[in-house]
Design a protein. Structure first.
Length: 465
């Protein structure tokens, strides 16, 4: 029986453990923070639960244009209740993950672990320090490093959990900030800025680049930035924070050009650093890449035979879905199952702003630069019947296909629930469907998905023009 030790119980770790256990391996998961890891306890699950509350506020405030009167009461956010719900759901999800592991026969250990030394027969020794009891060691044929990442901290902007916050600390506040300065306009910064803005908070977004979410589709990022601005958010482009300091009952953010921005709270969203220290990786000979992320290939192998890595600690693409697939691929490969290497172009990603932004496949930059030849169609949602009925005025769908064959190679959706609407495009890319096949698929009328087939029909028409 193969012996497998997984260090880290987040999506990469627990999904890997489930696969290995179902294939008959003897599996141990060692997790420091709780089953599900930071993703479930303090990152993805809490943030999306928080955003769900902000979506509810948006729905109430937008009800009047649908003919629904609220008698001037509107929506009032009960911050302690929102935060308590966030914590409760995170703990419930963590318990569900642990129960699932135990049901499949996985040994779950609450504690920390590190690589020890290579024993006879190329067995890897893992030293475990449980939260209760004495340290012990486990011998494994395969070790998976799945320790995730931690919010990056700037030298002159140290979070204190009260006024200067990371995204893991916002749920400890007794009330919503009155004036929030969000530092960093990537995915995390944009999501929290959007949610707090919906809840009625005065939000200033500090962006070091020309626009928010600079690594996303430019049309999509600009559309969402326009929504932010129209709803009252202050965006400071080309502004880099050099220091954040407490000042009485508030904070001041010093920008690199000398400007100072004052607010009640500052939220730091300036990226993540991998949890790779204290694991004995360098001593064991495991290669670390730039930024101290664990270097892996497309089947999650490190340079040391029998040692794999998956998830945010690899820096491959920091999404829970990718982490989970990396973990599964590692186990399939280590246990001799047929496996396809990770293909990032097939991965869909979503930004949970309002509206959402979802992408899959080739990007506008790749097409615009000529790197990937493709035909493009972009349709605004304000012409979609279902969008009109629901009062949705912002957003679009964009579709890319090969010039000659019409194969669907990419897409972008900016809309409410874009995370759901992107799936047909993902399926088309995965199964090599053409725009003709997508165009000839009957969709519900009225529906937002109808815009996807309409875009395909327009691309199909281009073939004959």
């Amino acid at each position: 029986m193969a012996r497998i030790v997984v260090i880290g119980g987040g999506p990469a770790g627990y999904e890997a453990a489930l696969v290995a256990a179902q294939l008959g391996a003897e599996v141990t998961v060692v997790e420091r923070d709780g089953a599900g890891g930071a993703c479930v306890i303090s990152d993805c699950v809490p943030s999306k639960t928080f955003i769900a509350s902000s979506d509810a506020v948006t729905a109430v405030r937008g009800a009047s244009k649908l003919g629904i009167r609220t008698d001037g009461v509107g929506a009032r956010v009960d911050a302690p209740a929102v935060h308590e719900r966030v914590r409760r759901l995170a703990q419930a999800q963590s318990a569900d993950v642990q129960a699932k592991l135990v049901k499949e026969g996985v040994r779950y250990v609450a504690g920390a672990a590190r690589l020890g030394e290579e024993a006879l027969g190329h067995t890897h020794r893992v030293v475990v320090e449980p939260q209760q009891g004495e340290p012990f060691h486990l011998d494994a044929d395969t070790v998976l490093i799945a320790t995730g990442a931690t919010p990056r901290v700037l030298p002159d902007a140290t979070p204190d959990g009260e006024r200067i916050l990371t995204w893991r600390q916002v749920y400890d506040l007794d009330e919503l900030p009155e004036k929030l300065i969000v530092i960093g306009s990537g995915v995390t910064g944009a999501e929290f800025a959007s949610a707090y803005l919906a809840m009625g908070v005065d939000v200033t977004l500090v962006s070091s680049r020309d626009r928010v979410m600079p690594h996303e589709d430019p049309d999509a990022a600009m559309a969402i930035e326009q929504v932010f601005t129209d709803r009252g958010m202050t965006i400071l482009p080309r502004a880099r924070a050099s220091a954040v300091r407490r000042r009485g009952d508030g904070v001041e953010v010093e920008l690199s050009d000398g400007r100072v921005v004052e607010g009640g709270h500052a939220l730091m969203t300036v990226g993540s650093v991998p949890n790779t220290t204290g694991l004995g990786l360098e001593e064991y000979g495991v290669k670390l890449g730039p930024g101290d992320f664990v270097a892996v290939d497309r089947v999650s192998r490190t340079n040391v035979p029998g040692v794999y890595a998956a998830g945010d600690c690899t820096g491959v693409l920091m999404l829970a879905s990718v982490a989970a697939m990396q973990g599964r691929i590692a186990m399939w490969h280590s246990l001799g199952e047929a496996v396809s290497p990770l293909r990032l172009h097939n991965v869909s990603a979503n930004v949970f702003t309002d509206p959402e932004l979802a992408t899959v496949g080739v990007t506008q930059n790749e097409v615009g630069s000529g790197q990937v030849p493709a035909r493009t169609v972009m349709l605004a949602l304000d012409g979609n019947a279902r969008a009109k009925m629901a009062g949705l005025e912002d957003g679009f769908v964009k579709l890319f296909c090969r010039p000659a064959s019409g194969l669907v190679v990419g897409g972008v959706v900016v809309a409410a629930k874009a995370s759901e609407l992107i799936l047909p495009i993902s399926i088309a890319i995965k199964h090599r469907l053409t725009v003709d096949q997508l165009a000839q698929t009957i969709t519900i009328y009225p529906s937002l998905s109808g815009s996807l087939t309409e875009a395909a029909r327009q691309l199909m028409q281009q073939e004959t023009d």
